[in-house]
Ligand binder design. Structure first.
Ligand code: HEM
Length: 156
């Protein structure tokens, strides 16, 4: 019962979080790049990202808490079995986002983006979009592997 509830919370958190990353990557960034006024583009992007950053922080925490709870119930020894490689993939994706949202962003990423985007908006948005595509691809591969793996398909 608790395991099912944790799975429900986990999947809802992942849907909101990775769905948001997909929206930023495929809709927001391409739209912002077409703004005529670069300073307006930077201001609009920062406004939307700031709101999304809070949503991502909450959903990342929910995904991590429910994920580690499930791992505790199902057994930590899974981390040692090669057929559960997709659990390592989930933890790796979660770790990258957690570092970015809770450490890098408040410490320096936000300031760095603002300064660079004000100086060179085009190349900064290109770089940000490349980064978002990489994160989105890694996240989607992980979602596919986690669904397949947790339903018995291990590619093994
Ligand atoms: C701290 C990080 C995480 C931990 C410890 C964790 C752990 C788990 C565990 C133990 C399961 C259940 C496996 C099973 O039933 O055999 C699971 C399922 C799943 N996780 Fe994670 N996870 C984490 C992060 C993520 C992330 C970042 C994603 C997406 C990118 C993700 C997507 C999924 C999906 C889609 C399922 C399958 C749900 C299903 O089909 O039943 N998880 N996770």
């Amino acid at each position: 019962m608790e395991l099912t509830l944790a799975r429900v919370v986990h999947v809802l958190a992942v849907v909101l979080w990775i769905g948001g990353v997909a929206m930023v990557t495929t809709v927001l960034l391409p739209a912002v790049k077409r703004f005529k006024d670069p300073s307006e583009a930077v201001a609009f992007f920062e406004q939307v990202e700031a709101r999304f950053a809070w949503q991502s922080r909450i959903t990342t925490l929910m995904a991590g808490a429910s994920g580690f709870y499930m791992l505790h119930v199902l057994g930590w020894q899974r981390l040692l079995a090669p057929q559960y490689w997709w659990i390592h993939a989930m933890i790796a994706v979660w770790g990258v986002f957690t570092l970015m949202l809770f450490v890098f962003e408040p410490l320096f990423l936000h300031r760095w983006f603002h300064e660079r985007a004000t100086r060179a908006p085009k190349s900064t948005f290109r770089m940000i979009q490349r980064l978002h595509w990489r994160l989105l691809t890694a996240s989607l591969v992980t979602v596919a592997a986690a669904v397949a793996g947790s339903h018995g398909w291990f590619w093994w």
